[in-house]
Design a protein. Structure first.
Length: 339
């Protein structure tokens, strides 16, 4: 039986080059002409490829089904990080994630049959999930803003818990009302139609918290852009004045709009009015004053979604799992109860 050393001698290259050329995950580091030469010699010498190597393992093929348009994804750093986590995990686990379907572009659900698993990004209807599962039973939803009544496995973060914790701290360390600026999510049917708006976990938690603590519900829903957040914040300050002591904001980019609104009224975030947001994007700590924000595990969600989907291909079960990766509150200058 031919060995790597035999092939090395015949090809006139090192044993390490031969090993890399015959490896599915390392062959990219070998010149194409050299790789072809080595494989031809290996075949002619009757080299037996390792049955336990990645070359002989079946590559899993996953389909990524997203409700986001390319434009939405481009402008939303959150989803870009989620996708990056998916690709990192797919590369590590030798999984093919090249089949990306944007629901609004239309597709034939029968395409899903050939995939080993389907990962859904965004908020789809329960009926859409049922139809998808009809064609492929291995389905995972990433941050779908819903429980789907035990219908499907979910990889998510603890947004509701984080929101409650933030509101408790704001309430305990400020002396007025707490407002929340948020967004609704588009709920998409399998044919790509937006069939409704659904409240996000943060919005649900805020409304539940105000009701439980008998606090005034000061909720403002905006379109997802910084300008809308700025305009709404100006209205909140004008309408509620000194009764307002804190504003919790849907995301860091929107919080910039809120901070601009405060400056218009000569108010200092963290001194005259507390501001907290979600995402903890890199720029948050570099703002003046630095922005208190709730870190959400974006890349981690994507990475775990791939691992979770892979587990479904190995284990058939009759129950669903909700996989929660916790976030963390990062206190800075716009609100810090420990200073």
């Amino acid at each position: 039986m031919a060995t790597i050393k035999d092939i090395s001698k015949a090809a006139g290259v090192s044993a390490g080059t031969v090993s890399r050329a015959l490896s599915s995950d390392k062959s990219k580091f070998v010149a194409k002409s050299t790789k072809q030469k080595i494989k031809a010699i290996a075949d002619s010498l009757g080299y037996e490829y390792d049955s336990d190597s990645k070359d002989s393992k079946k590559t899993l093929e996953f389909t990524l089904l997203t409700t986001m348009s390319l434009e939405e994804e481009t402008h939303d750093e959150y989803w870009r990080f989620v996708r990056r986590g998916m690709y990192e995990a797919a590369e590590r686990e030798n999984i093919d994630l090249n089949n990306v379907i944007r629901i609004q572009d239309g597709f034939d659900p029968q395409e899903l049959i050939k995939s080993d698993a389907v990962i859904i990004i965004g908020t789809v209807t329960e009926d859409a999930v049922k139809k998808i599962k009809h064609y492929n039973s291995n389905v995972v939803i990433v941050d779908g803003s819903g429980y789907y009544h035990g219908l499907v496995d979910i990889v998510d973060t603890n947004l509701s818990e984080l929101t409650i914790d933030a509101l408790d701290q704001l309430n305990a360390h400020t002396k007025g009302d707490v407002a929340f600026i948020g967004c609704a999510r588009n709920q998409v049917a399998l044919d790509g139609r937006i069939v409704g708006k659904v409240p996000d976990a943060r919005t649900k938690a805020y409304k539940k918290w105000t009701s439980l603590h008998q606090k005034p519900e000061i909720y403002k829903e905006i379109e997802p852009d910084t300008g809308s957040a700025m305009a709404v914040a100006e209205g909140l300050i004008s309408e509620h004045g000194q009764r307002l002591s804190a504003i919790l904001v849907w995301s860091d980019p929107f919080a910039i709009g809120v901070m601009r609104a405060l400056s218009k009224y000569h108010l200092m975030p963290g001194k005259d009015l507390a501001v907290m947001s979600f995402d903890d994007l890199e720029f948050s700590s570099f703002l003046t004053p630095s922005l208190s924000s709730i870190w959400i595990p974006k890349t981690e969600l994507g990475f775990q979604a791939i691992l979770h989907a892979k587990s479904l291909t190995n284990l058939k079960r009759n129950w669903t799992v909700r996989n929660i990766i916790p976030g963390k509150i990062k206190y800075r200058e716009t609100f810090n109860p420990y200073k």
